[in-house]
Design a protein around this ligand. Structure first.
Ligand SMILES: [Fe+2]
Ligand SMILES: [Fe+2]
Length: 271
C-alpha cells in the first residue's frame, strides 16, 4: 500500500506501473478483481486481469479500492486483542459508505463513488486508537456503554483526543486526497470543515447517523435524531434544497434494498 500511495503521488507513473504494483500482492489483486466485478460497478462484462480492471475503472477508483482493502487488512488486530466487534465496526462503515453514495447520487452532490469510500473510512481513527492505545481504549468503550455518552466524548475525556481527529491525521499521513482527511476529521463537527469540502463532510455525517438509526452496525452510540434539524441536513439543503422533499423515513426504509450491496462489500472486505 505504501508503494502504491507513493506511486500515485508521482505524475510519471502510468496505468501499467500501477497494475504491476498491485499484481505483486496477490490478495490485493484478488480484491481489485472482486470489487471490479461486483454489483458496485455494474460493468457490462467481467474483467479477468488487474491491468484490465485498472483500465476500466481508472487510477482513482483503483486506488480507493486498494486503500479500503489495504487499510482493513493492515489495521486488523488478532481476534483476542480487539476491544469492540470489528465485524460490527466494518458493517457500520460499509453501511455509511453505501448510504452516503445513495444520498450523493439522489441529490446529485459531488462524486458518488468517492462518497462511498469516504464513508467506509470515516471512523478509521477508532481502529487506530484501539490498536495503538489499546488499554485506555478498552476503558473508553466501557465508559461509553456504562455512562451512555457518545464515544467521542469518552475519547476526549480519557485520551485527550478523539477518533475523528486521529483518523484525519492518519489519512493526511497516508497522503490521501484532502477530502478523505476532512471527512474523517470533521464528521462530528461539520461547520469547522473548509467550505469547499463541507458538502462532502455533511453527506458523510448524515450517512453516519442514518446508518446508526438503521442499526446496520455499531457506530459507537445510539441516539434519537431529528434529521431535518441536524447541521448535516442544513448544509446539504444549502447545496440542493431537494433534500427537504425526501421523506427521510421512507429513505431509511428503502435502505433495505441496499442491504444486499452492504453484504456483498462486507464479504469482499472482511473475507
Ligand atoms: Fe465517528
Ligand atoms: Fe461512524
Amino acid at each position: 500500500m505504501t508503494e502504491l500511495l507513493k506511486a500515485l503521488g508521482d505524475e510519471d507513473v502510468g496505468m501499467n506501473d500501477l497494475a504491476k504494483i498491485i499484481a505483486k500482492d496477490p490478495s490485493m489483486s484478488m480484491n481489485v478483481l472482486k470489487i471490479a466485478n461486483s454489483a458496485f460497478y455494474r460493468l457490462p462484462y467481467k474483467v479477468a486481469t488487474v491491468e484490465r480492471a485498472v483500465n476500466m475503472l481508472g487510477m482513482r477508483e483503483i486506488t480507493m479500492i486498494c486503500v479500503a482493502c489495504g487499510s482493513y487488512r493492515a489495521l486488523m488486530p488478532s481476534r483476542n486483542t480487539q476491544t469492540f466487534s470489528y465485524d460490527e465496526f466494518w458493517k457500520h462503515s460499509v453501511a455509511t459508505g453505501v448510504i452516503a453514495r445513495k444520498i450523493c447520487r439522489e441529490l446529485r452532490i459531488g462524486d458518488y463513488n468517492i462518497a462511498y469510500f469516504l464513508g467506509l473510512l470515516h471512523d478509521v481513527g477508532k481502529i487506530i486508537l484501539d490498536r495503538f492505545a489499546h488499554d485506555i481504549y478498552t476503558i473508553v468503550i466501557q465508559t461509553t456503554f456504562e455512562e451512555c455518552v457518545p464515544m467521542i466524548e469518552a475519547e476526549k475525556r480519557l485520551i485527550g483526543e478523539s477518533h475523528d481527529v486521529i483518523g484525519g491525521f492518519v489519512m493526511e499521513k497516508w497522503k490521501l486526497p484532502e477530502v478523505f482527511a476532512d471527512a474523517a476529521r470533521y464528521h462530528h463537527s461539520i461547520m469547522e470543515s473548509p467550505e469547499y469540502n463541507r458538502a462532502a463532510v455533511a453527506t458523510i455525517s448524515l450517512a453516519d447517523q442514518l446508518a446508526r438509526v438503521r442499526e446496520f452496525g455499531f457506530g459507537g452510540d445510539k441516539s434519537g435524531v431529528v434529521f431535518s434539524e441536524t447541521e448535516a441536513f442544513k448544509v446539504i439543503e444549502g447545496v440542493n434544497p431537494e433534500i427537504a422533499d425526501i421523506d427521510i423515513f421512507k429513505f431509511v426504509y428503502e435502505l433495505e434494498a441496499v442491504n444486499d450491496e452492504i453484504v456483498e462489500m462486507e464479504k469482499i472486505l472482511i473475507a
